[in-house]
Design a protein around this ligand. Structure first.
Ligand code: LLP
Length: 423
């Protein structure tokens, strides 16, 4: 059986390994549910981006919403990456992990004044502004801080990324970005505001994109704008082409980052923009296939129409199946020599939507550990405490070493901030 995604995840005999660590042994040592990430897989995923951009002025800003554990951020910071953030909380994480604020871009449609102030104090590289109203507020806040905010406008190019509607962001009905036809007006305003300094242009059209077409269409529209802006004397230093490159969960065949970037560079050069600094904001493609979620089988409930395999991980640990009907691979940590049966893998949360996978085939007994694959992106970062379930622990493996990078939450921790009423 071949596993999707990562060359670092493979069976040796009947035992599933991530790098040189047996996953069943990690489940015994750290308990379940447990997220396990491979540092080598993350760095390997960064490589094609770097290779394709070598020799060009560039910055890869890891979109940390995909997985914001400090050890993950530290890994990318040490590899020279910047970060795409969407809240002041994410900025604090970057600083705590030793990241460089001068390599941070701040995205998001709803930045508060307090968040803008904090980001200006920290000295972020650029605000990716998403509305005309935000331009006015950011200029005011910057002036109050005695500075000018570096800005790039997130332009919504109105191209269809052909992905799940919840993770498509570049269509004109989406809340994201400034409509392409308003962009010139918005840039003129930005250039005239005393608290702003225009530095770039940016777009992000969606997530889990498996085709180069939408990227190339968005790029053409962006370059049209850049040319129009420069004709008016508004200088655009960098192009930020967003994140969104998909990964293989099952049978998707997304282009490699190097292949995508080669095609983009060819267009950029052909249109005479070779001198520009290039930025990317990848999230999922750097971490998605570097992680698994380990869970233990609690009960088997064979039924007339469905067999349920009840496990100790749930929708609160991994929201993607419940929220997007996302398909994620599920395989045993130790394969049994027994006939496979078909199972719906469900968690303990009191919701019918609490499932991790449907109609999956494997042989399983209570106590067996399963691995949910490609769970390194938007797994732990979207986890909640629903049903007062503590969030999973997280481990990073590097070779045969396993490091605990987040402790399991206990119940006391979950209501630590709550107060009962006075008696
Ligand atoms: N830049 C911006 C401005 C973004 O909004 C996002 C993701 C990224 C970069 C990174 O995109 P990526 O390379 O990871 O596709 N929770 C969903 C995905 C939501 C993506 C939101 N924005 C999921 O689990 O599929």
């Amino acid at each position: 059986m071949t596993l999707p995604g990562s060359p670092f995840l493979a069976y040796r005999g009947e035992e599933l390994f991530l790098e040189d660590c047996a996953l069943d042994a990690l489940a015994s040592r750290f308990g379940t549910p447990l997220y396990v990430y491979s540092q080598a897989a993350m760095l390997a995923a960064l490589e094609p981006y770097r290779r394709a951009l070598a020799g060009r002025e560039h910055l890869i800003c890891y979109a940390m919403k995909a997985n914001s554990n400090l050890a993950v951020l530290q890994t990318f910071a040490q590899a020279g990456c910047g970060f795409d953030i969407v809240s002041a909380g994410e900025l604090e994480r970057v600083l705590a992990a030793g990241g460089d604020p001068a390599k941070v871009v701040f995205s998001g449609v709803g930045k508060t004044r307090a968040e803008m102030r904090r980001a200006l104090e920290a000295g972020v590289m650029c605000f990716n502004v998403e509305s005309e109203a935000e331009l006015e507020v950011l200029s005011q806040v910057a002036l109050e801080c005695g500075t000018r905010a570096p800005v790039s406008l997130r332009v919504n190019p109105d191209v269809d990324a052909k992905t799940h509607p919840y993770i498509s962001t570049g269509l004109k009905d989406n809340k994201f970005g400034i409509a392409h036809q308003r962009a010139l007006v918005a840039y003129r305003r930005a250039a005239s505001l005393p608290g702003l300094r225009v530095v770039g242009i940016d777009c992000h059209i969606g997530s889990q994109i498996t085709d180069t077409g939408p990227y190339l269409d968005a790029l053409e529209r962006l370059l049209d704008l850049v040319e129009a802006l420069e004709a008016e004397g508004i200088e655009i230093h960098h192009l930020d082409l967003g994140g969104g490159l998909g990964i293989t969960y099952t049978d998707e065949t997304p282009p490699g980052a190097d292949e995508l970037i080669a095609q983009l560079l060819a267009r950029i050069d052909a249109r005479g923009h070779a001198r520009r600094k290039l930025m990317f904001e990848p999230g999922r493609s750097l971490v998605g296939n570097a992680g698994v979620l380990l869970t233990e089988t609690l009960y088997l409930k064979p039924g007339e129409t469905k067999n349920f395999c009840v496990v100790d991980a749930a929708m609160n640990d991994l929201m993607r199946p419940a929220m997007y009907e996302a398909w994620m691979g599920i395989v045993p940590c130790v394969r049994r020599d027994a006939p496979a049966q078909t199972w719906d893998v469900v968690g303990p949360v009191c919701e019918s939507g609490d499932w991790l996978g449907r109609d999956r085939e494997f042989a399983v007994e209570p106590g067996d550990r399963l691995a949910v694959l490609s769970a390194g992106a938007y797994g732990m970062s979207m986890a909640s405490n629903y049903n007062t379930r503590g969030r999973a622990a997280e481990v990073m493996v590097a070779g045969s070493q396993a490091h605990l990078i987040r402790e399991r939450e206990d119940a006391a921790e979950l209501f630590r901030l709550e107060r009962t009423l006075p008696r």
